[in-house]
Each structure stands twice: as C-alpha cells, then as structure tokens.
Design a protein around this ligand. Structure first.
Ligand SMILES: Cc1cc2nc3c(=O)[nH]c(=O)nc-3n(C[C@H](O)[C@H](O)[C@H](O)COP(=O)(O)OP(=O)(O)OC[C@H]3O[C@@H](n4cnc5c(N)ncnc54)[C@H](O)[C@@H]3O)c2cc1C
Length: 596
C-alpha cells in the first residue's frame, strides 16, 4: 500500500523563505494576528490527519467504490469514508479558512490550500466531498441573500452539511448556454426546479446529514444561451425556520457513473423533480455567481494534481532505492548486492526528478497564487486588491491545466518506475494515474482553460495583466542579472519571457485575420506560459538554495539540483511548443471534415 509523508519542510520553505507569507499576511487586517508557529502547527496536525486517517482508506476506497440503493436513492461511500469525515468535522478542519461570522476560523486561504494539498495526496476521492462543500460555501458567501447565508453557511462551515455544484447536463458540459433545467417561480418566492444533471461529484452520499446543491437552471422568460441562466440553492432536505431538517426535497440520485478513477467519490446523476430551491444572486446572472465556485474549484483541481504528483513521487523514490535491477552502465554502484538499485539509472532519475520538479514548482506557484488571493480578498487597499484579483484570474487557468497536465505525466512516470508492478493495483501507483486523469477534464477541460487564458485573459485585455506579471519577472531578472551564480537560471528565464511576449503578439496579429488561430495555438501556448511561471518560481527558489547551500542542510542542495534539472531538462520543451503554436491553423483545418 502506498505511503504518504506530508512534505512539511518544503511547505515551510515556500511559506517562510520564498513568500515570506507571515509578513505579507500580517499586513492584511483579517490576518494581522497570524504567526509562523500557528501556521506550522496547523500544517503538522493537518498532515497527521491526511497521512493517518485518509491514506489508509485510499486504496480500499478505490477498490470498493460507492454503492447506490436504487429503492431509496441513497448512496454509501466506501468503508471508512464516513468515519474519516466525522473526524474531519470533529477536528474543525472544514472551518479553517471560513468567515468567523459563520463560525469559521478566518485563517488564510494559503493555509487551507496546503491542507487540501495534503488531503489530496492522501485521498483525492475523499477530499472531493469537503472540496465541493467549500466551493458551495464560497458561492453562497459571495452571492447569497442574508437569509441564505444564515441558513446554510454555519452548517457548511462546520461541515455538518456538504455541498455540490450542479452544472452539467447530458447534452451540455462546456457550453452551459445549452442547459435545459427549468425553475418555475412559486407564490411564496421559492422556485420549483425540474431537470436532469449528470456527473455531479459528491452528489449523494452518507457522510453528512444534508447536501446543499447549487443548481443552474432557466427561468420561464429567460433569454437563450448563457445570458439566461440562473443559480439556485436546492437542499436535499428542506430546512425549517429554526434550522432543523424538514421534508425530503425531490432531488434524487438516479444513478452512479462507473468511471476510470476517483472511485470513492460518488459521481451522481441527479434528477430534480420539482425540487424546491431559492434564487442565488440576480435572475439570469447565474453563471457569474457560479464563477466564484468554478474559479475556486479550478484552483482546487490544480491542487488535486499537485497532491497526486507529490504522493506518486514519494512512493516511486522509495521503490527506486529498494528495487535492484541491472548494473549501472559505468560499473557496479552496490557491489555487495547482486545488482544495483534502479535509482542509479539515468532515466529512472529523469522520471523521479520530473515528478519532483513538477511537484515543488507546482507547490510554489499554487502557494504564490493563494497568497495573491488572500490579498485580493482581504487587502484594505482597493488598488492592491484589484491587481491581485487580476493576477489570480490570469494564473487560475494555468494552475488548473498546466499542473494537471504535469500530474498526468508525473504519475505515469512514477508508475513506470515500478515497472510491471506499477500496473498492479495493490501498489497503488496505477490508481494515482487513473485518479489524476479526470483533473484534465472536469472544471472545464484543459482546452477550455487554454482558450480562457489566451482568448479572454490575455488577448481580451491586450495582454495588460500578463505584462504586469511579466514586469515582476523582469524586475527579478534585473536584480539577479549581475550574479554569476544565477546566470544559469536568469538567462533562460529572461529568454522564455521574451519569447512569450513575441508569441503573444504574433498570435494576436493572426487572430485579427482569423479568430480560429487562437484555438489552434491555445493549448501549446498555455504550456509555454505555464513554463514561464514555473521558471520564475524555480529561479527564485534557486536563488535561495544558492544562498544557503553551504549551510549543511541537504534540503538546499536538493533544491538546487532540482532547479538545475528543471532548467536543463524540462523548460527546453518550450522550444518545440513554440514551434507548434506558431505552425498555426492550416495544418489543422486543411483536411475536409468528410475525410476524417
Ligand atoms: C468524474 C467527473 C466529475 C464531474 N464533476 C462535476 C460536478 O461536480 N459538477 C458538474 O456540473 N460537472 C461535473 N463534471 C462534468 C465536467 O465538468 C464536464 O464533463 C466537462 O466540463 C466537459 O464537458 P462535457 O463532458 O459535456 O464535454 P463537451 O463539452 O461535450 O466537450 C467534448 C470535447 O470538446 C471540446 N470542446 C468543447 N468546446 C470546445 C471549444 N469551444 N473549443 C475547443 N474544444 C472544445 C472539449 O474540450 C472536449 O474535449 C464531472 C465530470 C466527470 C467525468
């Protein structure tokens, strides 16, 4: 069975040395009291919960899956999931970064992010139950009426109730403008909602006493397309005025999907048969309201991917040191043994280091972004808050798509380190690969993320936000440009920065002639910009490692070696990506549809 050790040392490095998170957070009125000890203590306790409670039920949860009782429409999560959830609630974990007004602990998003990384490493399928709830909490917190907030937020904060997001229907996922679920206004101000939703994560289960569905549907007079979608809150059990549970609302699980991975999470078909709901936000503005949840969820998917990359890496390292097979090409490295451990072979190291560089780079970028999110949410300087919000918007599709694409590569590499054993269930490695695959698809496929990045976030505002982010990189390049030791990091960072600027202009020009050029280049483009963000993080981490490499702490030696690996072996793929992005539309569109 796979093991998991929370990477506390690296988390502390990112928080305290790379980001100086405590100093930054203290400037925000909401976090003026935060200190390093609190952060470290929360991480340590959270890590114990992840590794001691969630890891042991990951493999078994995958094997057992969820079960639906077709008569009662009730779903049972795998053995141990309910008990683990009770422990999670008991420990107060759901409330970590929630608003104190509703019973939350008011700690930074950044800290919650690390908590989720650890839980995702330990058990992605389980972690999706609280993950979806937190998204529902955020949407209601941002757009709910005072009554909705009082009714739902304290219970979502404590975790006594969980939440879902119900967008997808059988005929539409990406294009939600096509959705058909209907909401009929009632005399008492509520709505009766009818329709069918599919693929609803954590849609039905036995972990919590109530499930709060956030549902997209159309009002009777709604305009066609995405401008006619409204958001409703639809509880599994109606809630009485005193907060206790009332009648069962007709919102049922009609079936569970049999799927490639995340078996422990119930992916439910949800039938709404005149279910009672209330409107969240403005009529026909549901997509905007839901975007709060979708953006949080997109960052969450990056975090799921990061968690899986880390745990796959950890297990592959243990195996690579233990498994002996063949001799090193340069001669025996363990002459006392019948063969050398496979970690001596260069390509095994390449697979391990790829996963490590993606995990540590992803952690740095995700934490950096979470800190910007804390500033966007809590800064009392409106300009700073807006600038941070824009930066988070820019980085969100990169975190979602780049980190999940990397996780697919990394988990597959780590499975490969196990040879044939990696393909066998009991080792747990093939589960990481299967679990990670959905991260490229849900919450908007990675193609859709790339269109969001290039089309909306970059060309949509003439590259203004990208330029601001580029300015930070340019300042760092300027500061470190004279350091001899930093040349191996600064030169390629400056180079990829220039290339992104040129590529963006070139695609922007082509897109004036034909907007399809954006679609032709976007996926490659996102990967190039993803590397730019990682190169920036890795160069900053390399600087710290260089400064401390003689401290005797092997952490910095390893950090420096991983940075070197990243710049020498991973970043160069941008050369080929830039070429394919520049190859443009013609090779894709030349062939007549009939010839496919
Ligand atoms: C396990 C699982 C859990 C899920 N959880 C949830 C959940 O909790 N709530 C929820 O509402 N949904 C959920 N989903 C749904 C998920 O978000 C959608 O499946 C996803 O957004 C894609 O939609 P689709 O399946 O309808 O594919 P489609 O939209 O039909 O897309 C098919 C293909 O066409 C591509 N495509 C579509 N439009 C474009 C375009 N304009 N340009 C280029 N390519 C395009 C897509 O990238 C994709 O490759 C879940 C799905 C799964 C499998």
């Amino acid at each position: 069975m796979p093991q998991y050790n929370p990477p506390l040392r690296d988390m502390q490095f990112v928080l305290h040395e790379l980001l100086h998170a405590v100093d930054e957070l203290k400037l925000l009125p909401a976090h003026a009291e935060i200190d390093e000890d609190t952060i470290n203590a929360v991480l340590e306790e959270g890590g114990k919960f992840a590794s001691e409670v969630l890891t042991p039920i990951n493999l078994s949860g995958d094997q057992e899956g969820c079960t639906l009782d077709k008569t009662t429409h009730e779903v049972k999560a795998p053995k141990g999931f309910k008990e683990a959830y009770a422990q999670y609630v008991e420990g107060g974990w759901p409330a970590l970064s929630c608003d104190p007004e509703y019973g939350g602990q008011g700690l930074p998003v950044l800290l919650n992010q690390f908590m989720y990384e650890m839980m995702n490493s330990a058990n992605q399928a389980w972690t999706m139950y609280p993950g979806l709830s937190h998204g529902a909490y955020e949407a209601l917190h941002a757009h709910g009426t005072p009554e909705q907030k009082t009714t739902y937020l304290p219970k979502l904060t404590s975790g006594v109730w969980t939440g879902t997001m119900c967008l997808t229907e059988p005929h539409c996922g990406t294009d939600l403008g096509l959705l058909r679920s209907k909401a009929e206004p009632q005399a008492d101000g509520t709505y009766k909602i009818t329709g069918q939703k599919i693929f609803i994560s954590a849609g039905e289960h036995d972990l919590a006493e109530n499930i709060i569905h956030l549902v997209l549907a159309r009002l009777p007079d709604a305009p066609q397309g995405s401008k006619g979608i409204s958001l409703f809150v639809v509880p599994k059990f109606n809630v009485k005025a005193d907060g206790s549970l009332g009648e069962r609302n007709p919102v049922y699980c009609g079936g569970l999907e049999h799927k490639m991975g995340i078996h422990g999470n119930a992916t439910a078909q949800i039938v709404l048969d005149g279910a009672v709901g209330t409107l969240v936000g403005q009529p026909n503005k549901g997509l905007q309201a839901m975007f709060v949840m979708m953006n949080a969820a997109r960052l969450g998917v990056g975090n799921q991917s990061l968690g899986l990359t880390e745990v796959a890496y950890q297990n592959a390292v243990v195996y690579a040191k233990d498994r002996i097979q063949m001799r090193a090409l340069s001669g025996p490295k363990s002459p006392d043994k019948p063969a050398d451990p496979i970690i001596v072979h260069p390509d095994v190291r390449k697979m391990l280091l790829t996963a490590r560089a993606y995990a540590e780079g992803g952690r740095a970028l995700s934490a950096y972004t979470a800190l910007q999110l804390d500033k966007a949410l809590s800064s009392d300087d409106a300009d700073e808050a807006k600038a941070c919000e824009d930066e988070v918007a820019l980085l969100t599709p990169i975190i979602k798509a780049f980190i999940s694409d990397n996780a697919w590569i990394a988990t597959s590499h780590c499975m490969q380190v196990f040879g044939g054993h990696g393909y066998i269930h009991e080792w747990g490695m093939e589960q990481f690969v299967r679990d990670s695959r959905i991260n490229m698809t849900y919450e908007g496929t990675n193609t859709v993320q790339s269109l969001d990045l290039l089309g909306r976030k970059i060309l949509g505002n003439n590259g203004a936000t990208l330029k601001k982010f580029g300015k930070k990189i340019a300042e760092f390049v300027e500061e470190e440009g004279t350091s001899e030791a930093m040349q191996e990091f600064i030169n390629p960072l400056a180079d990829i920065g220039d290339k992104v600027t040129k590529l963006t202009t070139e695609i922007g020009m082509k897109a004036f002639q034909n907007p399809d050029e954006v679609g032709a280049a976007a996926v490659d483009y996102l990967r190039v910009v993803g590397h730019l963000t990682f190169a920036y993080m890795w160069a900053r981490m390399a600087k710290l490692a260089l400064e401390k490499k003689d401290s005797g702490d092997p952490f910095y030696t390893a950090k420096l070696a991983t940075a070197r690996f990243y710049f020498a072996k991973l970043l160069p793929e941008t050369a080929s990506l830039i070429r394919t992005a520049r190859a443009g539309l013609n090779p894709l569109m030349e062939m007549d549809e009939a010839l496919f």
